[in-house]
Design a protein around this ligand. Structure first.
Ligand code: AFP
Length: 355
């Protein structure tokens, strides 16, 4: 029936059997899968389920909340509260973390999540997702905000759900990145993408090109070279994609390579990027790096950042190893002024494009 494939539960038990200190982690991830199934059912109803449209409320980011933002957040909160495996949780949709009252013994983990990523796509029926990150909870006391502010390297698990033509759960516990497809007939997640590997090279980049005038020079340089294709230093043509759902763009990159960029820009100097470190950049970087890719701000690896606040934003450049390496090099050359020697042949003095 499933070509010898295995289920999420069986796979996690196998992956974690050598880690007794993570004994509850498999159960926690299965709880997360249950919340994903509930959200998948909600999104699949569309207009018929009265789940579309926005509320009058704003989240801590100052963004108008979609109905499904709040419904998805509630699905995760209820799942975690019932499961008793987390001591506390933080969400894009909640100003502050909340403590989960211990049932028999306190939960060993902290969950941080974006319950519905890409929600601006909900009303136009384009793929959206959920993103989650799992950290160890402090021992012997109720978690405080400082306990969430651990670097991405401290994550014990991370992953995302994508609510597309099929619903998939892609996750890592630090032993590779693996994809599971929801079999709606039996209501179980089946391992369909074992040990995903991102191609090191790509000819596809993802960025919101309408922000070009706000980017820093190294990003402008990289994108210009991609757009110039075979006529410039890259020697081959590139393709561009931008779904405006980070989960959908990253999923494509995991499957066929690419680089996703939401870089630092001067559009809003009060923000050091659009995407949030704790529940977007960190979990996605863990998943991508376990698949052989890189997650960077352009100047440092995302997983090395020491968080300062739950909702802090960072620049994100993530995907195929050789492309992210190149973009990091361009940032270094920009910082040390050595990119002045860089001039595409198109812009040499006697070239057609000489200004
Ligand atoms: P929403 O959840 O508000 O739709 O934002 C989605 C997102 O955080 C990320 O998933 C997208 O890659 C990015 O924003 C899209 O940003 P732009 O709308 O500026 O292109």
């Amino acid at each position: 029936m499933h070509n010898g494939r295995t289920t999420l539960s069986k796979f996690l038990i196998q992956q974690l059997k050598g880690s007794p200190e993570l004994s509850d982690l498999a159960a926690l991830l299965i709880d997360i899968a249950a919340a994903v199934k509930a959200i998948s059912a909600m999104t699949a109803k569309g207009e018929l389920g009265d789940v579309l449209g926005s509320l009058e409320t704003q989240n801590v980011q100052g963004e108008i909340q979609k109905k499904l933002d709040v419904m998805s957040n509630t699905a995760f909160v209820n799942t975690f509260a019932l499961g008793g495996l987390v001591a506390g949780l933080a969400s894009e949709e909640m100003d502050d973390p909340i403590v989960i009252e211990a049932q028999d013994e306190p939960g060993r983990f902290l969950a941080i999540f974006d319950p519905l990523d890409g929600s601006s796509n909900i009303d136009i029926n384009v793929s959206v997702g959920s993103i989650f990150s799992v950290l160890r909870a402090p021992k012997g006391r109720v978690p405080e905000v400082k306990d969430y502010l651990l670097s991405g390297r401290e994550q014990v698990a991370a992953g995302y759900a994508i609510y597309g033509p099929s619903t998939m759960l892609v996750l890592t516990v630090g032993k590779g990145t693996h994809g599971f497809t929801l079999d709606r007939e039996v209501g179980n997640f089946i391992l369909t993408h074992r040990d995903m590997q991102i191609p090191e090279d790509t000819s596809e980049f993802a960025i919101n090109a309408s922000n070009e005038r706000f980017w820093e020079p190294p990003v402008q340089r990289y994108v210009a070279e991609c757009k110039n294709g075979r006529t410039d230093v890259r020697g081959r043509d590139f393709n561009m994609r931008w779904i405006a759902s980070m989960v959908a763009d990253i999923h494509r990159i995991l499957l066929r390579g690419g680089v996703f960029m939401y870089p630092k820009d001067t559009k809003d100097l009060s923000k050091s990027g659009r995407l949030r470190l704790m529940y977007e950049a960190n979990p996605m970087s863990f998943v991508v790096e376990q698949a052989g890719g890189i997650g960077s701000t352009g100047r440092q690896r995302i997983l090395d950042i020491q968080p300062e606040e739950i909702h802090q934003r960072v620049p994100v450049i993530i995907g195929s190893r050789n492309e992210v390496d190149r973009i990091e090099r361009y940032h270094q050359e920009y910082e040390n002024g050595s990119d002045e020697q860089y001039k595409s042949p198109l812009f040499q003095e006697r070239s057609l494009f000489a200004s």
